[in-house]
Design a protein around this ligand. Structure first.
Ligand SMILES: Cc1cc2nc3c(=O)[nH]c(=O)nc-3n(C[C@H](O)[C@H](O)[C@H](O)COP(=O)(O)O)c2cc1C
Length: 180
């Protein structure tokens, strides 16, 4: 029997976090099993319950919650993933990934995994154009992360500029193409 592919959907603390709901729905419709991992900050924008209901799976946030068996969550999830899709990805999360920082569940999974990572930045235009962010984007590209977007569009501030997360359909297309 064909194994169902496992996707970890990483959601970070951006105003675009709500778009991850549609992304999850599209990916699930395409036949993937989705496990959502949120940063603590992402929970300010959207409730874990929403992702739990849409995915039909537990939503993971903390590394240090009790396990019923000895199986560290970050390693188990990192191993199980066929691909990791981070959408939206904040400037902060990109900086952590660029520097191998592992201070929460999602960043640990990204460093522990051998799966491909597709990452979709979303932020204010000035943030995106900042040299530190540009350097970090370049660094993670060199590490093999597949970066999708951002594009020009209406930002949270109301301005039109670069920093808008790519459309969900585009993320689904890249994910399907990249999954092993
Ligand atoms: C209303 C609001 C919207 C935000 N949107 C973004 C965003 O789109 N992109 C971004 O990089 N940071 C954004 N931030 C800042 C992040 O939430 C902040 O850097 C946070 O520490 C990111 O944490 P995380 O990377 O662990 O999820 C926003 C903050 C607020 C209050």
């Amino acid at each position: 029997m064909k194994k169902i592919k496992e996707i970890i959907l990483g959601v970070t603390g951006s105003i675009s976090a709500y778009k991850a709901c549609d992304l999850l729905r599209f990916l699930k419709k395409s036949g993937f099993n989705i496990r959502v991992v949120m940063t603590e900050e992402a929970t300010n924008f959207i409730k874990p319950l929403t992702f739990q209901a849409l995915s039909g799976n537990e939503v993971y946030i903390n590394m240090f919650t009790e396990n019923t068996s000895w199986n560290p969550k970050h390693i188990a999830l990192a191993k199980a993933a066929d691909i990791i899709v981070i959408a939206p990805a904040t400037a902060n999360f990109i900086a952590k990934l660029a520097n191998g920082i592992c201070d929460d569940l999602l960043s640990c999974i990204c460093v522990a995994t051998r799966a491909k990572i597709v990452l979709c930045p979303a932020m204010n235009e000035n943030m995106y154009k900042h040299k530190a962010v540009q350097d970090n984007v370049r660094k993670i590209k060199e590490l093999g992360v597949i970066i999708v977007g951002p594009v020009k569009g209406r930002l949270a501030s109301g301005d039109i500029g670069i920093g808008h997360m790519v459309e969900v359909e585009d993320i689904v297309r890249v994910t399907k193409r990249s999954i092993k």
